[in-house]
Design a protein around this ligand. Structure first.
Ligand code: ADP
Ligand code: ZN
Ligand code: ZN
Length: 749
């Protein structure tokens, strides 16, 4: 008997085993899609992980229904990567399968089909056609339609090309009845035609841009570095031309017949970089991210399995899951970005670190690029000597980095000189920029406070009924929304606590800033880029294109505007309030604040003159503000490394957050407390911190308990994870705790 172990799209700890019939046993391969029965639900599409002859004991083995196709849909390297992710990030393989494979592949995939039209066999000679046209003299509309077909299909110019029924009817605005008449006469017949959703317009390619001397030197150093290390960190200031260097490396890699994965942290970034790369590589580049429709993603997946795959994939984090046949180079652009980490649901993987693993499986090289390295990568490239390091300190055309002007808003608030959230200096610089017809970027970090509604009399603030968070006020729809669970409710007319009618909006989101600008500069064309305005794929693209084409004067945004965008006419950047970044209670807040400010500043003055950044803060004297002003990344990172060593944080220690979830608060608290005690027994008091207060203690009506585990990076992390899973097992043996959900966040960001 032949058995298969199958990965199912469910959060299961183990693979399920099925028996296969002789016919299937002949055909089945690892990585094939297979339909299998499970429980009461009729069937699932799983992936074959292992084929063997070991008779399972203890339960009745069911037959697999059948294979969806004989060629594997998942390559062995992908299965190996799934295994690594499930193991390292402590989740189920089914979770990885769910995240990795587009939904369309979990069912039978239907290609996109159009109805096409052709002449029937007997009507394909010029002679018969002429006779037919003559015979249609009294049916002028049919005659016209036949002539239209001959024209559209270029019939007389040799082999006729494809004509869709829809195009044919539209061509002359003909009715379906006329068309049907010609079908009845036996002149036309229809047939289904499979069309690709991947539009591949041949494009004029223009070759590589020559590198300047600094860029050439960096490229040379990167290649030297790859002789010794498999990973290289390119630390190049904003607008030094890192993207141009990547382009040269990509060209060399595909010339050797190898594939390239180019990862960007934000879908918004694919738009600009796609255009730059398409100019050089034309149709050899495929784009992949979650805003693509599922059928499009399935087609890209299948193309990557075919013998004509894209040589270059540009994408956001999920593109690490695509099939690669001969990967030679991985580029992780803006490697410091925390959006590379998936938060929810599992797998909570870090795409940069996963990409490093992927590359190593293929013996490929990885280039990490950024103007503001993460503390971890910096440490790996310097103290630890794990990566090579290449620096590029000159901006392209040697334009200076922007001047940074700090503005003390605490003082200005006291003197009542602020106009809304704008200092007089910022307002003045904006007026000047607009008068010179320059564009402006304003940055407002949303993470600090979300805009809320508050009762001016008693201080009541509306909260979500399912989660422990206040609701966010959306002015355009006049609604209150929970950003965790999506719960939506109307803004009440009176305060439910005290009955007052004086409900005001408080807080400080991008929407508020937009309103203030419209009031101050009614002539200016303003666009706002944040999670709410960029839900669709086209919304991002349009906003960026409008700004590029100078159809917008002022772009306001959250962290999205800080990430690697390249605009030519931005001279002024305003950081509205740096303090919202500094007050965040997280060991990474300084690092992140520095990165955000340096990156958003880097959008200013990329072409022509030196740019200007107005940095509003209540803490002008903080060292971090000084670091940003002096563009002193190294001072920041040395300070942070010293602190993290003392306080037991990465990169000296690895963190795992353990979450416990249940409807009942008492049960959640009691399991969290007992698990903490058990963990202390196993790992020692030094390494366990709990129970901790999670940022939000209740989501979707589930209570959350949290424990932090801290493991020195010098000890075996594999062993630590094994012990941790044993503790979980032990907890779940207690009947009271059986139904509590436990999950992990490894290397949280
Ligand atoms: P970074 O990625 O380091 O921020 P970019 O690669 O976006 O920098 O380069 C900044 C700008 O300078 C871009 O508009 C880019 O086209 C231009 N640029 C950089 N290097 C060159 C070069 N060698 N030739 C022509 N233009 C360049
Ligand atoms: Zn009130
Ligand atoms: Zn909620």
């Amino acid at each position: 008997m032949t058995y298969i172990d199958v990965i199912l799209p469910l959060p299961l700890k183990v693979n399920f085993t099925y028996v296969v019939d002789d016919d299937m046993a002949q055909k089945v391969k690892r990585g094939c899609r297979v339909v299998v029965p499970l429980g009461n639900k009729k069937h699932y599409t799983g992936i074959v992980d292992r084929i063997h002859h070991e008779v399972p004991v203890g339960y009745e083995v069911k037959y697999a229904y059948g294979l969806l196709e004989e060629q594997p849909a998942v390559l062995p390297q992908q299965l190996q990567l799934w295994e690594w992710i499930a193991d390292y990030y402590m989740c189920a393989k089914g979770d990885v399968y769910n995240a990795a494979v587009p939904a369309g592949l979990k069912l039978e995939f239907k290609p996109k089909v159009e109805t096409h039209v052709r002449l029937t066999n007997g009507y394909r000679s010029e002679e018969t056609l002429q006779r037919t046209l003559d015979s249609l003299k009294r049916a002028v509309k049919q005659q016209d339609l036949l002539l239209s077909y001959l024209q559209l299909s270029a019939f007389f110019e040799g082999a006729p090309c494809e004509v869709s029924k829809q195009d044919l009817l539209a061509h002359h605005n003909t009715s379906v009845a006329v068309f049907e008449a010609l079908v009845k006469r036996g002149v036309f017949e229809t047939y289904p035609y499979v069309i690709s959703r991947l539009l591949e317009k041949e494009q004029q390619v223009s070759g590589l841009k020559p590198l300047n001397v600094y860029q050439q030197r960096a490229l040379c150093q990167i290649k030297q570095c790859f002789e010794k290390h498999s990973v290289c960190l390119l630390y190049g200031v904003t607008s030094s031309g890192k993207t141009e260097i990547y382009t040269h490396l990509i060209e060399e890699t595909i010339r050797q017949g190898k594939q390239v994965l180019y990862l960007v942290p934000e879908i918004a970034l694919t738009t600009q970089i796609t255009e730059r790369l398409k100019k050089v590589f034309g149709i050899q580049i495929g784009i992949y991210h979650s805003k693509f429709s599922d059928p499009e993603r399935v087609e890209i997946w299948n193309k990557q399995l075919s013998d004509n795959p894209y040589l270059i994939i540009l994408g956001a984090r999920s593109s690490v899951f695509l099939p690669y046949q001969h990967l030679g180079l991985v580029i992780v652009d803006e490697e410091h970005e925390s959006s590379y980490k998936q938060q929810d649901p599992a797998p909570r993987y870090h795409a940069r670190n996963t990409a490093l693993m992927l590359a190593s499986m293929y013996g490929a090289k990885t280039l990490l690029g950024t103007a503001t390295p993460s503390v971890e990568s910096w440490y790996n490239a310097t103290n630890a000597g794990k990566y090579g390091l290449v620096e590029l300190k000159e901006r392209y055309q040697e334009i200076q980095l922007p001047a940074i002007l700090p503005v003390d808003i605490k003082e200005l608030h006291r003197k009542k000189m602020m106009v809304g959230h704008f200092s007089p200096v910022l307002k003045e610089k904006m007026e000047e920029a607009l008068a010179r017809n320059e564009q402006i970027i304003l940055f407002q970090n949303r993470r600090g406070f979300a805009p809320m509604v508050e009762c001016h009399d008693c201080g009541w603030v509306p909260h979500c009924v399912h989660c422990d968070v206040s609701l966010t006020y959306h002015k355009h729809t006049n609604q209150l929304v929970c950003h965790y669970c999506g719960y939506t409710t109307a803004v009440p007319h009176t305060c439910p606590e005290c009955g007052s009618e004086d409900l005001r909006d408080r807080g400080f989101g991008t929407e508020k800033v937009e309103d203030e600008i419209r009031e101050m500069f009614p002539q200016a064309r303003v666009a706002r880029m944040d999670l709410d305005t960029t839900r669709s794929k086209t919304a991002y693209e349009k906003m960026i294109r409008d700004f590029e084409k100078r159809r917008t004067d002022i772009l306001i945004g959250t962290q999205m505007v800080s990430k690697g965008l390249d605009f030519d006419h931005v001279h002024l950047v305003g950081i509205l309030n740096a303090d919202t970044m500094l007050n965040y209670p997280d060991f990474r807040s300084y690092e992140r604040a520095y990165q955000l400010m340096a990156q958003v500043a880097g959008r200013a003055g990329r072409k022509g003159e030196r740019g200007l950044v107005v940095l509003q803060t209540g803490h002008v004297d903080y060292p971090i503000i000084k670091n940003v002003m002096n563009n002193d990344f190294e001072a920041m990172v040395h300070g942070q490394l010293a602190e993290r060593q003392v306080c037991h944080f990465p990169p000296f220690y690895r963190l795992v957050y353990i979450y416990i979830k249940h409807r009942q608060q008492r049960l959640t608290e009691s399991m969290t407390a007992q698990m903490t005690a058990q963990l202390i027994k196993v790992f020692g008091e030094e390494r366990v911190n709990g129970p901790m207060q999670p940022a939000v203690a209740r989501v979707h009506s589930l209570h959350i308990g949290m424990i932090m585990l801290t493991i020195e990076s010098t000890v075996s992390f594999t062993q630590a994870r094994k012990l941790l899973l044993q503790v979980e097992q032990l907890m779940h043996q207690d009947t009271r705790f059986k139904s509590l959900q436990v999950y992990y966040d490894v290397d949280p960001v």
